[in-house]
Write a protein that binds this ligand. Structure first.
Ligand SMILES: [Zn+2]
Length: 66
């Protein structure tokens, strides 16, 4: 997933229900110093938590002037 410019925030939507309960597959790596899981890699596979299925997430720009 490409990095996002902070000037152009987006929201991630499910193409089926339109919700934003989208989960992305990711890898986390244990950091001994902070004693926390650190996000190591985020994959393109996305799942809708509401529909319970793998979906092709839809990206929409945030409407700041709404
Ligand atoms: Zn959904």
């Amino acid at each position: 997933m490409p990095a996002r410019e902070p000037d152009h925030p987006i929201t991630i939507h499910c193409p089926h229900c339109g919700g934003q309960s989208i989960l992305a597959d990711a890898c986390a790596r244990w950091n001994v110093e902070t004693q926390e899981w650190e996000l190591s890699n985020v994959f393109d596979n996305t799942t809708c938590d509401d529909c319970g299925i793998e979906v092709s997430a839809v990206e929409r720009p945030v409407q700041e002037d709404a």
